[in-house]
Design a protein around this ligand. Structure first.
Ligand code: HAM
Length: 456
C-alpha cells in the first residue's frame, strides 16, 4: 500500500524501441573504438568538435533536403517551448496542440534531434568565422544521432556516428584520398578488416541536373516496371531509384544511363585524379555507378564502405563532397568533404569477426581480513588506483574463501591478501588467480610490479 492507500502500478520501463543500453563489458569496447578514432584522426591533424544534440529543424531541411527520407519521415521534431497541453494531454490533444500553434501567441520554434552531423558542422564553421583561419578546417565528432527508421539488426533509432569533415578553399582530389586513407587506417587499427570501399562521382551543379533530367526521361519510359516508391521518386528525386533493392526493379535499373558517361570535363578529370591518388596510397576500391547517397548536399565524390557479417545493413561508413553546402547555409563559397562511420555496425562487425581487442577489466581484488587490516587496505587501494590499476575494495569484511571466490567471479587477475600476518610484517601477499602463484611484496615493489603489469 503506497500513497493514499492506492496500489502502485508496477510498471516496468524498457528502453524505447530502436534505442538500447550499451552495458559493460561491451561499453569498454565502445570506448576503445572511439579512443582509436581520436588517436588516428588526431595523427591526420583533425581536431574534435562537440556539437549540440538538437538544432533548428530548418537547418536539416535546408542542408539535407526536404525530399529526403531523413528529413521528410525520420526526424524527431518538437516545438520549443512545447504547448502546455502537449505535456499534459492525451495523444489526440497533443496533435491538436501542434496543429493549433498557428494561432498561438507564443513564438515556437521547430527543433529536431540531429539525424546527422554534417549540417551542424557547416553551421558551426560559418558561425565561428572559420573561413578566416589559416589552412583547411579539419574537424571530427563523436556521438549519437536520431532517425525514426524501422529498427532491425544494425539499424537503430538512436545510433552512434564518428564523423570527419574537411572545409576550405581547395577541392584537390588529394584531400578526398587522404580522408579515405585516414578512414581505412582507423578500420585497420580497430581490427575491422573485411571491408570494401565503393566510390563514385555524382557530378556537380553543371552536369548533374542534365543527367538527372535524362534519367527522369528514361525512367518515365520504363515507369510500369517500377513499384510505387520508385514511381514517386521518378518525379521527386530520380537518383534515389538506384537505392532500390527490390529484385523486380533490378533489370530496368541495370539499363539506365550511368552518370560516369555524362560527367562534365571538370568532374571527369576530378574523378580520374581521385583514382590516381587512391592508387598512390595503395587503396583498393570498386567503382559503383549506383552509389548516389540519399542526401541532397553531395557533389562529385561519393563513397561508402561495407563490412562483412552485417546482413542488409552492411554500410559502416558513408561520405562525399558537398562543395555548395556552406554557401547554401549562408556562408562564403567553400569546398567540403567528409564521412560518418556508423559505430553500432562497425562494432557489430568486429564482434562477429571475433577479432576483439583484449580489454583491461579488473586487476586487483583486495581480500582484507580483520579491523587492523582495513586502514591498510584503504591506503593501498588508493595508491594502486593512482597508478591506473583497477581495484575492487570490498566495503565489508569477508571470509577468506568467499573473498577469493568473488575475486574469481569478477574476473580479477590478482587477489591482494591483507590479514593479520601481512599487517604485522608490513607486506602484501599477491596471488595470481590464473595459476595460484603467490608472492610476498613490500609496498614499493607491489606498486611497481602491478604498474608494469598494467602497461604490458
Ligand atoms: P549516412 O550514410 O546517412 O551519412 O550515415 C553514415 C553511416 O551511419 C551509415 O553508413 C551507417 O553506418 C550509419 N547509420 C545511418 N543510419 C543508421 C541507423 N539507423 N542505425 C545504425 N547506423 C546508422 C551521413 O550521415 C552523412 N552525414 C555522412 C557525411 C559526412 N557525408 C559527408 N560528411
Amino acid at each position: 500500500m503506497i500513497e493514499g492507500g492506492e496500489l502502485a502500478e508496477r510498471k516496468q520501463f524498457r528502453a524505447i524501441k530502436g534505442t538500447r543500453d550499451i552495458v559493460p563489458p561491451n561499453s569498454a569496447l565502445w570506448n576503445r573504438f572511439e579512443e582509436a578514432a581520436r588517436e588516428v584522426f588526431e595523427s591526420y591533424n583533425f581536431r574534435e568538435i562537440r556539437l549540440p544534440i538538437f538544432e533548428p529543424t530548418e537547418l536539416f531541411a535546408r542542408a539535407v533536403g526536404t525530399d529526403t527520407d531523413m528529413v521528410s519521415k525520420e526526424m524527431y521534431t518538437f516545438l520549443d517551448p512545447p504547448p502546455l497541453d502537449l505535456l499534459q494531454g492525451s495523444p489526440e490533444q497533443t496533435s491538436a496542440a501542434f496543429l493549433s500553434q498557428g494561432t498561438d501567441p507564443v513564438r515556437r520554434e521547430a527543433i529536431s534531434l540531429r539525424p546527422e552531423g554534417t549540417a551542424s558542422v557547416v553551421r558551426a564553421y560559418i558561425e565561428h568565422g572559420m573561413q578566416t583561419k589559416p589552412g583547411d578546417v579539419k574537424w571530427y565528432y563523436v556521438g549519437p544521432m536520431f532517425r525514426r527508421e524501422r529498427p532491425q539488426k544494425g539499424r537503430y533509432r538512436q545510433f552512434y556516428q564518428i564523423g570527419a569533415e574537411v572545409l576550405g578553399q581547395s577541392d584537390a582530389p588529394a584531400i578526398d584520398a587522404e580522408l579515405i586513407e585516414m578512414l581505412l587506417a582507423f578500420f585497420r587499427r580497430v581490427g575491422l578488416n573485411r571491408t570494401t570501399l565503393y566510390i563514385n562521382s555524382i557530378g556537380d551543379r553543371i552536369c548533374r541536373p542534365k543527367y538527372v533530367e535524362l534519367l527522369r526521361q528514361e525512367l518515365r519510359k520504363a515507369r510500369d516496371q517500377f513499384g510505387e516508391d520508385s514511381q514517386r521518386r521518378i518525379e521527386t528525386n530520380p537518383l534515389r531509384v538506384f537505392d532500390s533493392k527490390l529484385p523486380a526493379e533490378q533489370p530496368a535499373i541495370e539499363k539506365l544511363p550511368h552518370i560516369a558517361d555524362h560527367l562534365c570535363a571538370e568532374c571527369r578529370e576530378q574523378f580520374s585524379k581521385l583514382k590516381g591518388e587512391l592508387g598512390l596510397r595503395g587503396i583498393e576500391y570498386e567503382e559503383n555507378w549506383r552509389l548516389v547517397r540519399g542526401l541532397d548536399y553531395y557533389t562529385r565524390t561519393t563513397f561508402e564502405v561495407t563490412a562483412a557479417g552485417l546482413g542488409s545493413q552492411n554500410a559502416v561508413c558513408g561520405g562525399g563532397r558537398y562543395d555548395g553546402l556552406v554557401e547554401l547555409l549562408g556562408g562564403p563559397p567553400t569546398k567540403g568533404i567528409g564521412f560518418a562511420i556508423g559505430s553500432d555496425r562497425a562494432i557489430l562487425s568486429i564482434e562477429e569477426s571475433g577479432s576483439l581487442p583484449r580489454l583491461p577489466g579488473l586487476a586487483v581484488f583486495i581480500a582484507w581480513m580483520g579491523e587492523k587490516a582495513y586502514p591498510f587496505a584503504v591506503q593501498i587501494a588508493r595508491k594502486l588506483r593512482a597508478t591506473g590499476v583497477s581495484v575492487e575494495l570490498p566495503a565489508e569484511e569477508m571470509k577468506f574463501k568467499k573473498a577469493l571466490g568473488l575475486a574469481d567471479k569478477l574476473g580479477a587477475r590478482y587477489a591482494l591478501i591483507l590479514g593479520g600476518d601481512e599487517v604485522a610484517s608490513e607486506t602484501y601477499t599477491l596471488k595470481r588467480l590464473s595459476d595460484a602463484e603467490q608472492r610476498k611484496l613490500g609496498e614499493t615493489d607491489l606498486l611497481e610490479y602491478l604498474e608494469s603489469e598494467r602497461r604490458s
